[in-house]
Design a binder for this molecule. Structure first.
Ligand SMILES: CC(C)(COP(=O)(O)OP(=O)(O)OC[C@H]1O[C@@H](n2cnc3c(N)ncnc32)[C@H](O)[C@@H]1OP(=O)(O)O)[C@@H](O)C(=O)NCCC(=O)NCCS
Length: 265
């Protein structure tokens, strides 16, 4: 990651992973005018996709035509104070084991991202979005600070999963549940509560008491679930995509590069 000016970064990891150049501008603490500098820097870097983070106050002032790709909402919790968990919960949730099907995990990971900006932005290559979610499963399997809980059925195999990750954000240790998903045929059986309980226990066993989870504003089901489990809203942001050059690859869905209407919000 290379910081070029106050608000622009060239994202090395993303650029290598996706095979096209990605830059990022953070306008949440700055002025919309900084976007000009970021755009110039991104053009100099031959960036294809510029990701712009902005807050509520600044977004109306942005002069450019761009896609509102995501409104990430962050919830937080103190796992110790969650008296809700003191009730006994009968649970089929268990840790992922080596004999389980990996393909089912990958399918669930991609499903967990269905509301994410990677799938919402139809110019973003779907195959690359799929690879990203599968990579997060790889990371969880190979990192002692992460674990995967699953629920399975003798006939259907794995039908639901949640990844729990210990992260370090701004000097604070954070217990982050991620990629919660249940296959459609198995939804509505209250698995989410059982997964969140298993995740909370796993964090507390590691003395991780503070939790953060990020979902999308448009994911009403996920928001309702976390709110009903006593998570409190910490922040809501705006994330835009500006495609500066088309992708010239067969798997790209960028059939209509000029497809974005003026100021999609
Ligand atoms: C989100 C998801 C995991 C929920 O799975 P589920 O099996 O339906 O959830 P549960 O049965 O545990 O239901 C949890 C609560 O959500 C509510 N709920 C479920 N589907 C709902 C819907 N479509 N609309 C409104 N509420 C809904 C349930 O009523 C329940 O609330 P209650 O306990 O007060 O009755 C599932 O829809 C999914 O996999 N979605 C795609 C991936 C995703 O968005 N993951 C979240 C990423 S942050």
């Amino acid at each position: 990651m290379r910081v070029v000016n106050a608000c622009y970064q060239f994202l090395d990891w993303d650029s290598v992973f996706f095979g096209f150049r990605v830059g990022q501008a953070d306008l949440s603490k700055g002025s919309a005018r900084l976007l000009d500098d970021a755009l110039q820097s991104a053009l100099r870097d031959d960036v294809s996709l510029l990701v712009v983070h902005a807050d509520e106050a600044i977004r109306e002032k942005l002069p450019y035509s761009m896609l509102l790709a995501d409104k990430p909402v962050t919830y937080e919790i103190d796992y110790r104070k969650n008296h809700f968990w003191k009730r006994h919960i009968d649970s089929p949730v268990r840790a992922y084991a080596g004999f389980d099907s990996r393909a089912k995990l990958d399918r669930l990971a991609m499903m967990a991202g269905e509301h994410s900006r990677y799938y919402f932005d139809t110019l973003f290559p779907k195959a690359d979005a799929d690879r990203l979610f599968v990579t997060w499963v790889d990371r969880a399997l190979n990192n002692p600070d992460q674990t995967i809980h699953v629920a399975s059925d003798p006939l259907d195999g794995i039908v639901a999963m949640l990844i729990s990750r210990v992260l370090h954000i701004d000097g604070r240790t954070v217990g982050n549940p991620a990629l919660l998903s249940v296959v459609p045929e198995w939804r509505g059986r209250n698995f989410t509560q059982q997964f969140c309980k298993a995740s909370c226990d796993w964090f507390l066993e590691r003395d991780v008491t503070y939790g953060q989870v990020v979902t999308q504003s448009r994911n009403h089901v996920a928001r309702a679930i976390y709110e009903s489990l006593n998570w409190t809203l910490r922040s809501e942001r705006y994330c835009y995509h500006i495609w500066l050059r088309p992708l010239d690859r067969p798997q790209t869905r960028a059939a209509k590069f000029e497809a974005y209407p003026e100021k999609v919000r």
